[in-house]
Design a protein around this ligand. Structure first.
Ligand code: ADP
Ligand code: MG
Length: 216
């Protein structure tokens, strides 16, 4: 009998995820920029919106026969060249590290997806020189990866594990409210960065919620 966690995701599934995320970003970009206005430079939403609109425009050029890894790499490179800001480099890292982790696998099972998310979080930690509590996107990403791994270890279904990951990302996002920013432009605001939710943690929570909606 096939295990519940043995779902195999294809490149088409990943496309569904990215299209869903891009739609969410475009819809919510003003909210994201407003969050960035509190202690940053008010451009997180417009940075992400520019990148996601460019990505949507590129849909007709997407390689039909790409492997999941090639697709993730394409998305990562696209984001690096179109998003801008710190988040462009860091979101690029998320997808490029995922691409590297899945390698040339023809499809992605739950274990490989979890490895790929873990590699993405590690990539953000390395590139951003960031740890939990610094009030960044990592505060949403790290707990979501921990939740995903924990649920899969308990032999829960991928759908349940991703739902738990999305809830953990949202809790991580909300927990940035009381933190003082130690990285990025918000860190210049020092104590005044407290009392606001981090914009990058907000968009990452959207990314994981999209994954739960489309990949579970
Ligand atoms: P910029 O800071 O260049 O204006 P954005 O406004 O698009 O870029 O993105 C800001 C978000 O990027 C922050 O809310 C935070 O989540 C994330 N961020 C900034 N610097 C870092 C870092 N060193 N490590 C991890 N995330 C970071
Ligand atoms: Mg900004």
């Amino acid at each position: 009998m096939k295990m519940m966690t043995d779902k195999n995701l294809t490149k088409t599934d990943l496309e569904g995820w990215i299209l869903d995320f891009a739609g969410q970003i475009i819809e919510q970009h003003l909210v994201l920029s407003d969050l960035d206005a509190a202690s940053g430079d008010a451009d997180h939403g417009s940075n992400m919106e520019r990148g996601m609109s460019a990505l949507l425009k590129s849909v007709p050029d997407w390689d039909e026969v790409a492997t999941p890894g090639e697709f993730l790499k394409e998305v990562g490179l696209h984001i690096v060249s179109s998003v801008g800001g710190s988040s462009g480099a860091l979101y690029g890292t998320i997808f490029l590290r995922m691409a590297r982790a899945v390698g040339d696998a023809p499809s992605i099972n739950a274990g490989l997806l979890s490895d790929a998310f873990e590699a993405a979080a590690q990539g953000v930690a390395e590139r951003g020189k960031v740890k939990q509590g610094d009030k960044t996107m990592f505060d949403a990403l790290a707990p979501s990866v921990q939740a995903l791994k924990a649920k899969l270890t308990e032999k829960k279904s991928l759908s349940e594990a991703l739902a738990s990951a999305a809830a953990a990302a949202e809790a991580g996002r909300d927990a940035t409210f009381d933190m003082v920013a130690r990285k990025g432009k918000s860190s210049y605001a020092r104590e005044n960065s407290r009392g606001f939710i981090d914009p990058g943690a907000t968009s990452v929570a959207m990314l994981i919620r999209s994954a739960a909606r489309t990949l579970g």
